[in-house]
Design a protein around this ligand. Structure first.
Ligand SMILES: Cc1ncc(COP(=O)(O)O)c(C=O)c1O
Length: 395
């Protein structure tokens, strides 16, 4: 028998998709399932964006495009970054990728030699761990403590830095937590990166989804304009309800960007031109179109938090941002994976165990607000029934 590479043994991919696959199996058996497992908006991509893709296809934009990206799209990204982050990146700082996931992997591969360490938040978005593993880097987790509202603890981060450390990764607003880090926290982490000469990767895919008047978006990219150490990762997936289109952008120092572009050209060749034309249209849609998407997520977050709290089985905070709820299971007698699978099998409620986001997520569940409004109605009663039977058995 030929042998598989032992190198990828720890690769987990995106574990939420395992829950989704089981939910689909149950549906095939005739069961009805409420979907809270994936961050895939039920909302259609706005018409202006789809129309732009169709026009582009019809005009013949179906060939290879430059690996860095199409010039007109790159210029649109420059203009948008200037408005949203206060600086205009050079074209040779940009790479258009097949989504943020690819950008994260390419970035880690570009800056981290095999055995180099990268500091990741715990809880984390699972791609970080997979991308680091795939790149041969060593993921080192910095815990975000619930007692500290999952804010970054600067001395914890500092204590993990050693000569092998290459980068710190941050994600605000966060998946799965929905927390938004303050400008002071962002500045402090930037200062740590500066003092230790590290790269700082900032995953900003939920940047536009911040709902509280007392928290505002802050990006370390504005501090060095991505000229020296900050690498900004962004995506069209959630911002414009474009998950299936697979388009994101990395903004990085020129030498890093050159490598990211080389990897992009080796792996994907390019992002299709008609997708870039659609994304260019997305950057021009009127704000009320996107605001409608975000207010839908926000209303669901609030309703979902109410239902989860009313069930009596969760301590539930309404987060400041993103499109998730991360409730703590009260008096848990079992681990979050057992509980999540019990909810799925017995009540058709599909959510993701907190442990899939790292050891610090154990004891929690993640509910995505990307599904249908009707899935939230009456949820507390369903949970009560299912959870009561689970806890009785477990006790
Ligand atoms: C924090 C975070 N980063 C990156 C991504 C990946 O986005 P994309 O669809 O652009 O690959 C996601 C998707 O859920 C996410 O939650």
């Amino acid at each position: 028998m030929p042998k598989l590479s032992p190198h990828l043994k720890g690769l987990t991919g995106q574990p939420s998709f395992q829950i989704f696959a089981r939910a689909r199996e149950l549906e095939k058996q005739g069961r009805s399932v409420r979907h809270f497992e994936l961050g895939d908006p039920d909302i259609d991509t706005p018409q202006e964006i789809t129309d732009a893709a169709i026009r582009s296809l019809q005009s013949g934009n179906t060939h290879y495009t430059p690996a860095r990206g199409q010039q007109d799209f790159l210029e649109a990204v420059q203009a948008t970054t200037s408005l949203s982050r206060g600086f205009r990146p050079d074209i040779d700082q940009l790479t258009v990728t097949t989504g943020a996931n690819a950008a994260i992997f390419y970035t880690i591969r570009a800056i981290c030699e095999p055995g180099g360490e990268i500091l990741l938040p715990n809880p984390y978005f699972p791609t970080y761990l997979s991308a680091a593993t795939l790149a041969g880097a060593v993921p080192v987790l910095y815990d975000l403590e619930p007692a500290n509202n999952f804010s970054p603890n600067l001395s914890t981060i500092k204590s993990l830095i050693n000569p092998r450390t290459r980068a710190v990764l941050i994600n605000s607003p966060s998946n799965p937590l929905g927390t938004v880090w303050s400008p002071m926290e962002i500045q402090s982490i930037y200062d740590i990166a500066l003092e230790n000469d590290l790269y700082l990767i900032s995953d900003e895919v939920y940047a536009r989804m911040i709902y509280c008047a007392n928290s505002s978006f802050s990006s370390p990219a504005t501090l060095d304009e991505c000229k020296e150490r900050v690498i900004l990762i962004n995506s069209f997936s959630k911002t414009f309800a474009m998950t299936g289109w697979r388009i994101g952008v990395a903004i990085a120092p020129c030498d890093v960007s050159e490598r990211i572009t080389l990897i992009n050209s080796s792996v994907a060749a390019c992002v299709p031109g008609f997708i870039q034309d659609a994304a260019r249209a997305a950057l021009g849609v009127p704000p009320d179109v996107t605001e409608k998407i975000y207010s839908t997520f926000r209303q669901r977050q609030i309703k979902l938090a109410q239902e989860l709290t009313a069930s009596g089985f969760f301590d539930c905070q309404i987060p400041q941002g993103s499109m998730y709820i991360f409730p703590l299971i009260k008096n848990a007698h079992s681990n979050s994976e057992d509980f999540a699978f019990h909810l799925l099998e017995s009540a058709g409620i599909a959510c993701t165990p907190g442990s899939y986001f790292g050891s610090r997520g154990e004891g929690y569940l993640r509910f995505s607000c990307a599904g249908e409004d009707s899935d939230v109605v009456g949820l507390s009663e369903l949970i009560k029934e299912a959870a009561n039977s689970h806890f009785t058995i477990a006790a």
